[in-house]
Design a protein around this ligand. Structure first.
Ligand SMILES: [Ca+2]
Ligand SMILES: [Ca+2]
Length: 475
């Protein structure tokens, strides 16, 4: 027997032994938590000094906090469709609130994240909002929406006109009536059980999405007369195009900032957002407590994300749908057994990266068609160079934001552009696009805009309408 062969013969039994005995446990479970419309008003992200999120913060302390994470679209449906399929909106044509991901021709036969886990031997289950509607289709067991955006009073509390969901204030009178509390209880019950197979569990919270309602005790944590309003610069919008203003304003269901101010509702709405966020954080805490007490505590990967940001008056806007930091930045935390706790990475990452990251962490096969990057290298070394993978956000073809570690470049369909240095200008007030000293760095960002962009799949959403309205400005 030659030397090479004898090494092989001796090694094979060792390899078999090590895989059989050193890792007797089954594959790690996955707990995926989504929080709807949560911006960076989270303690550990320091987006607002008064935000209170003790449970998100404690999750950050046990995992890796991605402090420069961004959605691929600043609205629910395309953001979640992108995350759940590992494809950019420009690769599917799903840019707005419709159509459903099952209606995209290029996604025919493509399995979503929980379906891939199911086909690899996982038990899958979920409660609440993980996808943008129709969650039941994607999980083996679904605990329901439990009332979704929740009970509403007979008469609106704060915004008498406008969309039925657009309201805020203290309501209802107990946590038990909140769909998110019902969802948390469903998850807690499931976490107590033993499973033959590893599980993939999704828990999707609806708050702080409008209506920004939560019981009064959560409002009492944020006295209205002490509320610090977000900073707004009066001449901020003078250095951007009319297209940028129209795209983010027209046909929107959110209230106008001028109305919120004149109605004396700004502080109350900010207070309502804080209360809603803290309530969702409380529900998360109950689920984390249950996991810690369960037999799965040491063998479960936890991923937390929000689907996009949210303006509360910044840049004279409310809600989502913008390509600025307020619209794209999201909380994103991944905690996995075997990785260092309490890490923070400021590298640009995308919600799209969650899918390949989970595949790598659980040892499932890679999918070359996915467009995100596994973040395992950043979980091993949070300072690894990452600007070659900028965070890309779009709102319709031709409207793109490119976010790197320090900068944001925006290009709109009318050809107008913006460039911000987030280190110097965290509120993105000063558009540096004409700064000749930055010519090369701006050009490098411009080159990252995707060359191939599918047209918008038809739909009647307000995003479709805004896109059409703003396009009227293009000659
Ligand atoms: Ca959302
Ligand atoms: Ca400005």
């Amino acid at each position: 027997m030659n030397l090479r062969l004898s090494i092989l013969v001796l090694t094979i039994p060792l390899l078999i032994c090590s895989t059989t005995f050193a890792h007797p446990q089954k594959k790690p479970n996955v707990l995926m938590v989504s929080i709807d419309d949560l911006n960076d008003w989270v303690g550990c992200l320091e987006g607002h000094p008064q935000a209170k999120t003790p449970n998100i913060d404690r999750l950050a302390r046990r995992g890796t906090l991605f402090s420069n994470a961004h959605c691929q679209s600043p609205v629910c449906n395309p953001s979640r469709a992108s995350l759940m399929t590992g494809r950019y909106p420009h690769s599917t044509g799903i840019y707005f609130l419709s159509p459903d991901l099952r209606q995209a021709p290029v996604l025919k036969g493509v399995k979503t994240l929980p379906e891939v886990f199911a086909s690899n031997g996982y038990t899958t289950m979920a409660v609440g909002k993980l996808f943008h509607g129709g969650d039941r289709r994607f999980f083996q067991e679904y605990g329901g929406s439990n009332g979704g955006f929740g009970p509403r009073p007979k008469k609106k509390i704060s915004q008498p006109h406008g969309h039925p969901l657009w309201d805020w204030g203290a309501f209802p009178d107990s946590d038990e009536k909140m769909p998110d509390m019902k969802g948390a209880k469903w998850a807690i019950d499931k976490l107590k059980r033993e499973y033959d197979k590893p599980f993939f569990m999704g828990v999707g919270f609806y708050r702080p999405h409008v209506p920004m309602f939560a019981p009064k005790k959560w409002f009492d944590m944020f006295p209205r007369d002490k509320i610090k309003l977000p900073l707004v610069s009066d001449d901020d919008l003078k250095d951007i195009s009319q297209y940028a203003i129209d795209l983010t304003n027209k046909k929107h269901v959110s209230p106008k900032h001028s109305w919120v101010k004149s109605a004396g509702q700004w502080e109350h709405a900010v207070q309502s957002y804080f209360a809603s966020v803290m309530f969702a954080d409380h529900c998360l805490g109950l689920v984390l407590d249950a996991l810690d007490k369960s037999p799965h505590a040491k063998n479960t990967i936890i991923v937390l994300f929000s689907d996009h940001g949210f303006h509360l008056g910044e840049k004279n806007r409310w809600a989502k749908r913008t390509l600025w930091e307020d619209g794209t930045r999201v909380p994103m935390i991944i905690s996995a057994p075997g990785f260092k706790a309490g890490q923070k990475s400021n590298r640009p990452v995308e919600l799209l990266d969650i899918f390949p990251t989970l595949l790598e962490l659980t040892g499932l096969p890679k999918d070359a068609k996915q467009e995100g990057q596994s973040l395992v290298p950043l979980m091993k070394d949070p300072k690894t160079e990452w600007d070659q993978f900028p965070a890309i956000t779009s709102f319709g073809p031709g409207n793109y934001s490119i976010r790197t570690t320090q900068y944001r470049f925006i290009q709109y369909r009318d050809g107008s552009e913006e460039f911000y240095d987030l280190n110097q200008d965290p509120h993105e007030w000063k558009n540096l696009i004409g700064d000749s000293k930055l010519k090369d760095v701006i050009s490098n960002h411009r080159q990252q805009i995707p060359k191939k962009q599918l047209p918008v799949l038809p739909g009647r959403s307000t995003g479709h309408q805004a896109f059409k309205e703003a396009n009227k400005l293009i000659k």
